[in-house]
Design a protein around this ligand. Structure first.
Ligand code: FES
Length: 607
């Protein structure tokens, strides 16, 4: 039998063993090593670059594609992990550009303590005279609610203790279950999680006070099976793929739980409920549902709260601990957006509000307590720095701010950390586009103007040089190319066109909107003047702007601590209309009209 090969992974120092001939990407997945692999291992995105030393410890699989490292880079050991099989002992370094850094956690504000009414409570148990009549002989002191279900195993424990114990009941108003038996009522702890496509963040909550006592974050281990949701859907088509992705999600949630528990100084096993908010694909995968129907336009979505026991996810908890997922609305408007809606109070407010959550997918909700409509658009990852030639995530060395000084006629920029720039992140690229437009580098259709300062021609067309070769940390110029601009214009037109479809459908003018809620990193870091100036969102003259941070996590938190919010989540999902832009003829027109900077005059009066 072949002796295994030994791979030292840097910078972590982790040592893994693998079979000779195994693909590097599979070895990394197996060992839980996470790096960029946007296309899921198809050899197309060129993002899974690693450095192997010695270079001849790996062999290339197939022909080098367009995204393969250049011969010079290959000589330095650069390879694509998805196109390389290991044949000898080596060191594999994940370079900075391939690493994914866990995000800062935007901790939710606590909700009003008067709402505190968690679904999990402890009740003193008394067992009646007929201990063999399952359920009928168990009494819970001071319990009012639907008759609780008791698993046989739990009942046996109750019976053996002769009633001198406490039953931990999960009751969400519709159904109730005694899922744990303890000697003392104990402290009730819950975990709220935002299960993102890239990152997973969570907070541990004391359910008696509503206080956040620990936080945790981890990369979603599914990421090496592709960054795009549809790539993961495709991988999850087969039963084994679906199980693999479910296990990867469970491991990621487990890491979040362990980190938060360590911070709080408690045992993870004390957690009595987990509430998850994720997009529809994440929710289906974590619940063990095959996601392939979500690849279809008319995917059936039941809009129900999803429940299952923690044991199915392999979490380090009592296997009977309830896991609750916020309901989805459509295949691209999931529980994460319902969480945003809870956080923004969209289902409670009297005034018309617009909620925008821009990630790889853009989700938009318009309405108030009486009516609501939502839609989703393919905004792409451009506003997070993805898909842009010099794009990168918001981490040290990323240009995060770009501005134009009309007096000096100069464009300037700042990086995260203040050092030499390595690329440009989402907030930076939005700023850059607006600054370039103001500087006359872009015309109103978003095309680069040949002859404008800083614009040069390369082999593929025009590009604007934001940072020349000798000013960057990598020795490569940081540029915005014609292709980047086409992509950015497409992304911004998708969002603006989607907003206009909702406004037109409900006959709402920009002046009617009183609140603009911006969720996620886009809301926290993007500069609103650039967002409106470039024409991603319309000018809303009467709107108060609220950056709600991680609204999805805050929504999961509120469901965890309040049964009223849990009902609100169910109502919100049930009674929010979904407009499918893929079949809405108006979108073609609004999208086309939005392919200008900033956009149609009806959305930008006085622009
Ligand atoms: S090229 Fe995309 S994951 Fe390797």
């Amino acid at each position: 039998m072949d002796t295994p090969v030994r791979i030292v992974v840097q910078p972590s120092g982790q040592v893994v063993e693998a079979r000779r001939g195994d693909r590097l990407l599979d070895i990394a997945r197996e060992a839980g090593i996470v790096f960029e692999a946007i296309c899921g291992g198809a050899g197309e995105c060129g993002k899974c670059r690693v450095v192997v030393d010695p270079p001849d410890a790996v062999e290339m699989i197939g022909e080098p594609g367009r995204s393969a490292p250049s011969p010079g880079e290959r000589a330095q050991g650069y390879v694509l992990a998805c196109r390389s099989r290991v044949v000898g002992n080596c060191t594999m370094t994940v370079p900075v550009e391939s690493r994914i850094i866990a995000p800062k956690i935007l901790i939710p504000d606590q909700i009003d303590p008067c709402d505190l009414d968690p679904a999990v409570r402890a009740y003193r148990v008394s067992v009646g005279s007929d201990p063999f009549a399952v359920g009928s002989s168990v009494r819970l002191e001071d319990y009012h609610g639907p008759r609780p279900r008791i698993d046989r195993e739990v009942f046996e424990r109750l019976r053996n203790r002769g009633g001198d114990c406490w039953g931990i009941v999960h009751s969400d108003g519709e159904r109730a279950r005694i899922f744990r038996v303890t000697r003392e009522p104990g402290r009730k702890i819950g975990l709220a999680v935002d299960l993102g496509t890239t990152t997973v963040v969570g907070v541990l909550v004391d359910l008696e006070t509503g206080r956040v006592i620990g936080t945790g974050a981890a990369l979603n281990r599914q990421i090496t099976w592709g960054e795009e949701l549809l790539t993961r859907c495709a991988f999850g088509r087969a039963e084994a793929g679906c199980a693999t992705l479910r296990r990867a999600a469970g491991e990621s949630i487990g890491l979040v739980l362990m980190g938060a528990a360590e911070q709080a100084g408690l045992e993870p096993g004390e957690v009595a409920e987990v509430v998850l908010a994720g997009n529809t694909v994440m929710t289906w995968l974590v619940a063990g549902r095959n996601p392939s129907p979500l690849e279809l336009v008319d995917a059936p979505i039941d809009r129900d709260i999803v429940r299952f026991p923690a044991g199915e996810l392999g979490l380090p908890l009592d296997p009977a601990t309830p896991v609750t997922c916020l309901p989805s609305i459509s295949r691209f408007v999931g529980g994460d957006v319902v969480g945003d809606m809870l956080t923004a109070g969209l289902c409670r407010g009297e005034e018309v509000s617009l909620l925008v959550d821009l990630g790889t997918n853009g989700e938009i909700v318009l309405g108030c307590a009486e009516w609501r409509a939502c839609t989703s658009c393919a905004s792409g990852p451009a506003f997070e720095g993805g898909g842009i030639s010099s794009g990168m995530r918001a981490m040290e060395g990323a240009i995060e701010r770009v501005s134009y000084d009309p007096d000096a006629r100069a464009i300037s920029w700042f990086t995260i950390g203040g050092g030499a720039p390595r690329g440009i992140c989402g907030s930076g690229i939005i700023d850059a586009a607006f600054a370039m437009y103001r500087a006359g580098v872009l015309d109103f259709t978003g095309r680069l103007v040949e002859g404008a300062p800083g614009v040069r021609r390369n082999a593929e067309g025009l590009e604007f040089v934001l940072v020349p070769e000798d000013g960057s940390a990598t020795g490569r110029a940081i540029t915005v190319t014609e292709r980047d601009m086409t992509y950015l214009m497409d992304s911004k037109a998708a969002v603006l066109g989607a907003v206009k479809v909702l406004l037109d459908r409900y006959r709402i003018g920009t002046a009617d909107i009183r609140h603009l809620y911006l969720a996620g990193a886009f809301g926290a870091y993007a500069d609103l003047e650039s967002v409106v100036g470039f024409g991603i969102l319309p000018r809303l003259p009467n709107a108060e702007v609220h950056a709600i941070g991680n609204g999805s996590l805050a929504g999961a938190y509120s469901v965890l601590v309040s049964r009223a919010r849990r009902r609100e989540a169910a109502d919100c999902a049930e009674s929010t209309a979904y407009i499918d832009l893929l079949v809405d003829p108006a979108f073609v027109e609004t999208y086309t009209a939005a392919l200008q900077i900033p956009g149609p005059p009806s959305l930008f009066p006085n622009a």
